[in-house]
Design a protein around this ligand. Structure first.
Ligand SMILES: *[C@@H]1O[C@H](CO)[C@@H](O)[C@H](O)[C@H]1NC(C)=O
Ligand SMILES: *[C@@H]1O[C@H](CO)[C@@H](O)[C@H](O)[C@H]1NC(C)=O
Ligand SMILES: *[C@@H]1O[C@H](CO)[C@@H](O)[C@H](O)[C@H]1NC(C)=O
Ligand SMILES: *[C@@H]1O[C@H](CO)[C@@H](O)[C@H](O)[C@H]1NC(C)=O
Ligand SMILES: *[C@@H]1O[C@H](CO)[C@@H](O)[C@H](O)[C@H]1NC(C)=O
Length: 487
C-alpha cells in the first residue's frame, strides 16, 4: 500500500517535472525569439539546429546576425560609390553618415574606394590619409543632384584605367536608374522609401493645426510609391537598412527576394560605448546636479518632423502638473534648430547644449539615463538610437515600423509611444516610475543586442560579403554561401 502510494507519488512528481520543464523551455524560447525579434520562424530554428549552408542572397533576415570573419578580405575589390553629398565632419544626415562610416571602414580593410560625389563650393574635403581612397568631384545639377552625365564619364575613365570596377554601390539614387540598368554587379542602399513615408504624412496631417494648410504630400505620396515600384527593378541588388524596409521592398515593390538584402545600419562601437567616468565629467561640466534622478537625453536637429513640437508640449504639461517630476527630472538636449529656443523657455529643467562634436556626443550618452527620439520620420534606421543603444542606454522612440521592427523590438530594451501628446506623456511617466535601476537593466539588454547587430564592424563585414558575392556577376560563387562556424 505504502509502496503503491510512493509509486503514484513519484509518477505524479515526474509528470509535473516534465510539465514544468516544458513550460520553462517554452518561456525561454519565447524570450529568446523575442530578443531576436523573430518568433515562430521555422527557418530560424532550422538554422539553429543544423550546420546547413545558407544561400546569402535569399537569407530573409538581417545579415548583421551572421558572423563573418574579421580576417583580411580574401580578395581586394575596386569599388565605386555614388553619393550625392559627402559629409563635412560629423554634422550629417543619416544617408551621409552611413556613406562615411561604411566606406571608410571598407577602405581601411584595403579595398580601393572611388567616391563620386558633388563638390561643395564653401568647404573642402577632410584629409583622411587613406592611400586607397579616391574622390572624384563634380558640380551638382541645378536641382542639387549628382550631374549624371559628368559622373558617368568620370566613372568610365576610372573603369578603363588600370583595373575595371568589381562592384558599384549607390546611396539611394546617387546613380540614377537610367545608368544602373544593365549592371549586375551593382547594389543600391535605400535610406527611406516613399511607402514608409506615408506613415509620416498621416502623422503630420493628424498633428496639423487649423492654421496650417494640408500638405500636398498626403495625396501625392501614393503616386510616388507607384513611380518607385516602376523604377526600382532597374537596380540589380537592393539593401534595406531596416527589417521593415526589406519586407516592403519584397512585398509591395515586388522585387525578387534574391535581390533584396537587409543590412542594418551600424555605428562606431569604439566611440559609442559605456563609460561611467566620462558621463560623470559631462554632468559636472554642464552643471547637471546629482539630485536629478532622471536625466532624459535628446539629440539631433530640433525641427518639426523630428517630433519636437510633440515633445515640447508633453514636457510643458508634465512640468506644469507635476512638482516631483520638476524636482527630480531634467532634460538634456544636444542639437540645434527652431525648437532650441522654445525648449529654453521651459526653464531650468531643460538644458539646451547646442550641437556637440562626436566625442562630446559619446560622453553625452554616458551622462543620461534614457535617450528619447520623438521622430515622426518613418524613414531609414535612425543612427542616434543605435548610438544610445551601444552606449548601454535604453531608448524611447515613436512607434514607427523601422524602429519597432529592428531597434526597440521589446519592452525589455526600451519604450515606444504613438505620436500623440497623451501617449508620449504616458511613456515619460512610465520611465520616471520605473526609475534608474530598471533603466540600467534595460540599457544592458539593449547594448547586448546592439553589439550583435549595430556595430560598424558588423555592417561593414556584411557589405563586404555582399560585394564579394555580386562582384563576379555570376552569383554561384562561394562568397554567396554562408556556413555557420566555418563561414
Ligand atoms: C555541426 O558542426 C559541429 C562542428 O563541426 C559538429 O560537432 C556538430 O555535430 C554538427 N551538428 C550537426 C547537427 O550536424
Ligand atoms: C555651404 O553653403 C551652403 C549653401 O550654398 C550652405 O547651405 C551650407 O550651410 C554651407 N556650409 C558651410 C559649412 O558653411
Ligand atoms: C594628408 O595627410 C597626409 C599625412 O597626414 C599628408 O602626407 C598629405 O600630404 C596630406 N594631403 C593633403 C592633400 O593635404
Ligand atoms: C568596365 O570595364 C570593363 C572592362 O573593359 C567592361 O567590360 C565593363 O562593361 C565596364 N563597365 C561599365 C559599366 O561600363
Ligand atoms: C541596357 O540594355 C538594353 C537592352 O540590352 C539597351 O537597350 C540599353 O541601352 C542599355 N542601357 C544602358 C544604360 O546601357
Amino acid at each position: 500500500m505504502a509502496k503503491d502510494q510512493t509509486t503514484i507519488f513519484s509518477f505524479r512528481f515526474l509528470l509535473s517535472t516534465i510539465f514544468m520543464l516544458s513550460i520553462f523551455s517554452f518561456i525561454s524560447f519565447l524570450s529568446w525569439c523575442h530578443y531576436f525579434g523573430q518568433c515562430y520562424s521555422p527557418y530560424r530554428l532550422m538554422e539553429q539546429n543544423q550546420n546547413a549552408t545558407v544561400n546569402l542572397l535569399t537569407y530573409p533576415f538581417a545579415w548583421n546576425r551572421l558572423s563573418f570573419s574579421s580576417k583580411p578580405p580574401p580578395k581586394l575589390l575596386k569599388i565605386a560609390l555614388f553619393v550625392k553629398k559627402w559629409p563635412q565632419r560629423f554634422h550629417a544626415g543619416g544617408l551621409e553618415r552611413h556613406a562615411l562610416t561604411l566606406h571608410l571602414a571598407l577602405a581601411k580593410r584595403g579595398h580601393d574606394l572611388h567616391i563620386f560625389t558633388a563638390s561643395s563650393s564653401n568647404s573642402s574635403l577632410p584629409n583622411y590619409s587613406i592611400r586607397n581612397l579616391y574622390f572624384h568631384l563634380s558640380k551638382p545639377s541645378p536641382a542639387g543632384y549628382l550631374d549624371q552625365a559628368t559622373v558617368w564619364k568620370q566613372f568610365q575613365t576610372q573603369n578603363s584605367t588600370g583595373r575595371q570596377f568589381d562592384v558599384i554601390h549607390t546611396e539611394s539614387v546617387g546613380l540614377r536608374y537610367t545608368r544602373s540598368r544593365n549592371l549586375t554587379n551593382l547594389a543600391v542602399t535605400w535610406h527611406g522609401i516613399a511607402y514608409e513615408t506615408i506613415h509620416s504624412d498621416i502623422i503630420q496631417e493628424l498633428l496639423r493645426t487649423p492654421e496650417e494648410s494640408q500638405s500636398p504630400a498626403l495625396t501625392e505620396r501614393a503616386k510616388k510609391v507607384v513611380e518607385e515600384v516602376q523604377f526600382f527593378p532597374n537596380y540589380a541588388h537592393h539593401v534595406a537598412t531596416s527589417d521593415h524596409a526589406g519586407d516592403i521592398l519584397k512585398r509591395v515593390y515586388m522585387i525578387p527576394e534574391e535581390r533584396v538584402h537587409i543590412i542594418l545600419n551600424g555605428v562606431d562601437q569604439e566611440i559609442f560605448k559605456p563609460d561611467v567616468s566620462t558621463g560623470k565629467e559631462f554632468k559636472k561640466k554642464f552643471d547637471i546636479p546629482d539630485s536629478k534622478l532622471l536625466v532624459i537625453g535628446m539629440a539631433g536637429r530640433l525641427v518639426k518632423d523630428k517630433g519636437h513640437p510633440l515633445m515640447f508640449e508633453a514636457l510643458k504639461q508634465i512640468f506644469e502638473e507635476n512638482n516631483k517630476f520638476r524636482e527630480s527630472g531634467i532634460v538634456v538636449v544636444a542639437g540645434d534648430g527652431p525648437w532650441a529656443a522654445r525648449y529654453k523657455n521651459l526653464g531650468t529643467n531643460v538644458l539646451v547644449l547646442g550641437p556637440l562634436e562626436q566625442a562630446q556626443l559619446a560622453n553625452f550618452y554616458n551622462a543620461i539615463d534614457i535617450f528619447v527620439n520623438p521622430t515622426l520620420r518613418a524613414q531609414g534606421l535612425d543612427h542616434t538610437l543605435l548610438e544610445a543603444v551601444l552606449s548601454g542606454k535604453p531608448v524611447m522612440a515613436t512607434r514607427l515600423a523601422s524602429i519597432t521592427g529592428s531597434v526597440v523590438v521589446g519592452s525589455e530594451m526600451g519604450y515606444t509611444f504613438s505620436p500623440t501628446v497623451t501617449s508620449l506623456k504616458k511613456a515619460i511617466y512610465g520611465v520616471w516610475g520605473d526609475g534608474r535601476e530598471v533603466l540600467d537593466r534595460k540599457g544592458q539588454i539593449a547594448r547586448q543586442r546592439g553589439l550583435e547587430l549595430f556595430t560598424a564592424t558588423k555592417m561593414a563585414a556584411a557589405y563586404e560579403r555582399l560585394f564579394l558575392c555580386i562582384s563576379s556577376g555570376s552569383y554561384d560563387n562561394h562568397f554567396c554561401q554562408y556556413r555557420p562556424r566555418l563561414n
